[in-house]
Design a binder for this molecule. Structure first.
Ligand code: GDP
Ligand code: MG
Length: 228
């Protein structure tokens, strides 16, 4: 599942590099793009879902709502070619072999291209993962966008964040619910084309950072279900 907002310059390359034999379906959720994202994605063979209301979490929810009942796990990745499709095979293999509920592709454990994460992003990542450890005793090294989660686990998490709290909410709920989580090192690259909607500007980063902290506070105060 690939949430995409105005990524017409890169989505075609992302899709061309995905080993399609690994997946039942490749879903691109176009979040009201004003460029050729939807056409490029459809042209490259993806199933395109349109969610006109902006927001990363909203886009993910819209995509999930269209999945058939045979789907047991979902991989999420970004549309700007920052995640490397070459990591997908290992991600899926490890997820299956280790029988995990959630596997995060960790950029800080992997190979970070110079300039691919800003200082503010590193700080935010460090702070958020430390808070998760402090609150629920589970240690992550990153909030990376490349990840795979089982559908059952996702249903139990009852994720609600409509925007950029989605990823951290997934990790916080997984920790809170004592799900089986893991990480593997992945590559992460600078955006090759198009415009960053989050980390590229100071206000974008600060807004995303505030949203992440707010999401953690909400997860701490409001439980989804009784922990078994
Ligand atoms: N669906 C959706 N996707 C978004 C939105 N904003 C950004 N994205 C996508 O989320 C991913 C990460 O955004 P990006 O701009 O690369 O953030 P950055 O890596 O922090 O600079 C990319 O695939 C974007 O196309 C949004 O409002 N809705
Ligand atoms: Mg990006």
């Amino acid at each position: 599942m690939i949430p995409a907002l105005n990524e017409g310059e890169t989505i075609g390359s992302v899709l061309a590099q995905i080993p399609s034999s690994l997946f039942d379906a490749i879903v691109v959720v176009d979040n009201g793009s004003t460029d050729s994202t939807a056409e490029a994605a459809a042209g490259a063979g993806a199933k395109v879902i349109r969610e006109p209301r902006r927001g990363y979490g909203r886009a993910c929810q819209a995509g999930l709502a269209t999945l058939g009942s045979s789907v047991t796990a979902i991989v999420f990745m970004d549309a700007d070619l920052s995640d490397d499709p070459a990591d997908l095979e290992n991600l899926i293999r490890q997820f299956e072999n280790r029988r995990l509920d959630l596997l995060i592709g960790s950029r800080t454990l992997g190979q970070l291209e110079l300039g691919s994460l800003t200082a503010l992003q590193r700080f935010g990542n460090g702070l958020s993962t430390r808070l998760i450890e402090l609150l629920w005793g589970v240690r992550f090294s990153d909030l990376g966008p490349l990840r795979v989660v089982s559908r059952d686990a996702l249903a139990r998490m009852r994720l609600r964040d409509p925007t950029f709290g989605w990823n951290v909410e997934m990790q916080a709920r997984a920790a809170q619910l004592r799900l089986k989580v893991g990480e593997i090192p992945v590559r992460y690259r600078r955006r090759r084309a198009g415009r960053s909607k989050i980390s590229g500007t100071l206000t974008g980063s600060l807004r995303a950072g505030a949203k992440i902290l707010w999401t953690l506070a909400r997860c701490f105060c409001v439980r989804t279900e009784a922990v078994p």
